[in-house]
Ligand binder design. Structure first.
Ligand code: SF4
Length: 202
């Protein structure tokens, strides 16, 4: 009997991605299901954010908004390099736009989404060395009980989660004030973030 060949990682990832893109588990999304993510078998850095905003939903391009501009500045990456999916995979904790709340902010990522898709998609990415956990939802999902009492505490303790994970805040406009009040982020976290990301993708 010939030995069974191990499954081709690219074929496995393509199958998982196709299944995720066809997901319609949430029947009540305001603009309907439209998972937005990027994966490749060679990506070495995984960016796990929150959920697509309406602009990302409309364009189908993750982080295609002012938060993405701030994230790329933090990473010191231009758009070409950030969107090179052979190096950088991008999977939000909720794959579809969850809608906008009456206060103007987006609703949280759908709770069912991360348990359904992250183990499968993450498990099909063979090359990931570093996962950036952006915001409290991503940190709660991947770090669980290892999270600090607040997002700020989790980010401040970033060294405790290396080399696999690096938690940072969600780079929305609200972070501008947070960054001013927490100067250690620019001093300690950003240089380490850039150093580790560039070492993996340059
Ligand atoms: S948010 Fe997630 S679980 Fe819900 S439809 Fe989109 S991909 Fe499926």
């Amino acid at each position: 009997m010939p030995r069974a060949l191990p499954p081709d990682p690219r074929a496995r990832l393509a199958r998982m991605a196709a299944e995720a893109r066809a997901c319609a588990a949430c029947g009540d999304l305001p603009l309907g299901p439209k998972p937005v993510f990027r994966v490749s078998a060679t990506a070495r850095v995984l960016v796990v954010g929150q959920a697509p905003g309406v602009r990302v939903h409309n364009t189908g391009i993750p982080w295609n908004d002012p938060s993405g501009e701030r994230l790329r500045a933090w990473l010191d990456l231009d758009r070409d390099r950030f969107y090179d999916e052979s190096r950088v995979a991008i999977i939000p904790i909720g794959l579809c736009y969850p809608g906008t709340a009456p206060n103007g902010g987006d609703y949280p990522p759908r709770r069912a989404c991360a348990p359904l898709w992250h183990p499968r998609l993450r498990g099909a990415l063979p090359g990931i060395v570093l996962t950036l956990l952006i915001g409290s939802y991503a940190q709660a999902h991947y770090l669980g009980a290892r999270c600090g009492a607040t997002m700020t505490e989790t980010v401040r303790a970033f060294r405790d989660y290396l080399p696999d994970f690096l938690p940072i805040p969600h780079p929305s406009w609200r972070t501008i004030g947070w960054q001013k009040n927490n100067p250690w982020f620019d001093r300690d976290v950003l240089p380490e973030l850039r150093r580790r990301v560039h070492a993996l993708i340059d």
